[in-house]
Design a protein around this ligand. Structure first.
Ligand code: SAM
Length: 215
């Protein structure tokens, strides 16, 4: 994703009612924060938020937290929220690096993790930065409830093949996968992300896998 500094983005994020400003204070208290016992699903690296905001609109009985590292990107999701006639009350955003996720969510507090079009980090020496690497999978293991799942989509076949290996190596099970999501049984109910829409229009096939800790 091309990143550029957006004037005033930090200030706007700091004042936004849709951004959790001190997410560490909510560790183990997210249900209390949302005011219900509905499942909590997170997208790590949500970008401009199209995917997770559409899910939140479709599923009012599920709580969503969109996580994004960069203010210049997160600000776009906030703009979308502000443009809505009725802003969604079942989604909030956190600006943070996924590395710190266990400081923000308690054990088993999250029901599902979405990883969409995560940065591929193609060089071997950067493999640990991939969101499906053995650095991140143990982090997800801590916050995901026992029967929780990870859903991962990418256009990048190398990253996908890598993930089909890294995930089982970390003790997880790949329950389903496809190298051509839109022409597969897994397409039902698919919600497109911003990147997915772009790659699709270029005719690129999309890969998807679902992983859990089932044995
Ligand atoms: N998920 C969106 C989509 O599919 O349209 C955006 C995909 S974009 C290629 C990847 C996004 O993940 C970027 O916005 C980037 O800033 C964010 N990101 C990458 N590494 C991250 C990390 N460690 N923690 C949080 N966000 C991250």
């Amino acid at each position: 994703m091309r990143l550029r500094h957006i004037k005033g983005a930090e200030e706007e994020i700091a004042e936004s009612p849709y951004v959790v400003q001190d997410p560490q204070s909510l560790k183990g208290r997210w249900h209390e924060f949302f005011g219900n016992d509905n499942p909590i699903r997170i997208e790590v690296g949500m970008g401009k938020g199209k995917f997770i905001m559409e899910l939140a609109q479709m599923n009012p009985d599920i709580n969503y937290v969109g996580i994004e590292k960069y203010s210049s990107v997160l600000i776009r999701a906030l703009e979308k929220m502000s443009e809505m006639e009725t802003p969604l009350d079942n989604i909030r955003f956190v600006r943070m690096d996924a590395e710190a996720i266990t400081k923000v969510f308690g054990a088993g507090e999250v029901d599902r993790i979405y990883l969409n079009f995560s940065d591929p980090w193609p060089k071997d020496r950067h493999a640990k930065r991939r969101l499906t690497s053995d650095r991140f999978l143990p982090i997800y293991d801590q916050i995901l409830k026992k029967d929780g799942i990870i859903e991962f989509k990418t256009d990048n076949q190398d990253l996908f093949r890598y993930s089909l290996e890294s995930i089982p190596e970390a003790g997880w099970t790949v329950d389903a996968h496809t190298f051509d999501l839109h022409n597969s049984e897994m397409a039902e109910g698919n919600v497109m992300t911003e990147y997915e829409t772009k790659f699709c229009s270029e005719g690129k096939p999309i890969c998807k896998l679902v992983a859990s800790r089932k044995k």
